[in-house]
Design a protein around this ligand. Sequence first.
Ligand SMILES: C[C@@H](O)C(=O)SC[C@H](NC(=O)CC[C@H](N)C(=O)O)C(=O)NCC(=O)O
Ligand code: NI
Length: 146
Amino acid sequence: MRYLHTMVRVTDLDESLAFYVGKLGLKELYRSEHEAGRFTLVFLCAPGDEAAAAERKAPLVELTYNWDPENYEGGRNFGHLAYQVDDIYAACQRLKDGGVVINRPPRDGRMAFVRSPDNISIELLQKGDPLPPAEPWASMPNVGTW
Ligand SMILES: C[C@@H](O)C(=O)SC[C@H](NC(=O)CC[C@H](N)C(=O)O)C(=O)NCC(=O)O
Ligand code: NI
């Protein structure tokens, strides 16, 4: 058995791609439009995983956009999507500069959380050992929930 993807339903595809691709840095691999079912699927991978993803050897996110509006509230049972980053401070700064709220700043140099436009929690984890504490992150308070 092999883990393939996590499917996330999105309310606004352009807004979600601006977040997942434009700000988080994921790469769009392929998409499909389904006239009969009235939905679009967009598959994303982490940067650098493109070749592995082509061989179904990298985990993907499958964004599902239903053309007819639906209510996606609730879903507290779903936790988060987690990504390993080479420099959590640089990753959070890039997100912050893009207007993304850092719900849980990397005060420990290791872990941070942000939310997608549809409130999906995204965990960022530092590769290897935690980075040394650094401002502004070391004293930045949490915002909302993650
Ligand atoms: C391509 C493969 O990875 C899929 O996940 S297709 C599964 C299929 N998706 C849809 O029909 C999308 C539109 C639908 N209105 C929805 O919101 O799910 C499906 O069977 N989805 C049902 C599900 O529970 O995932
Ligand atoms: Ni799927």
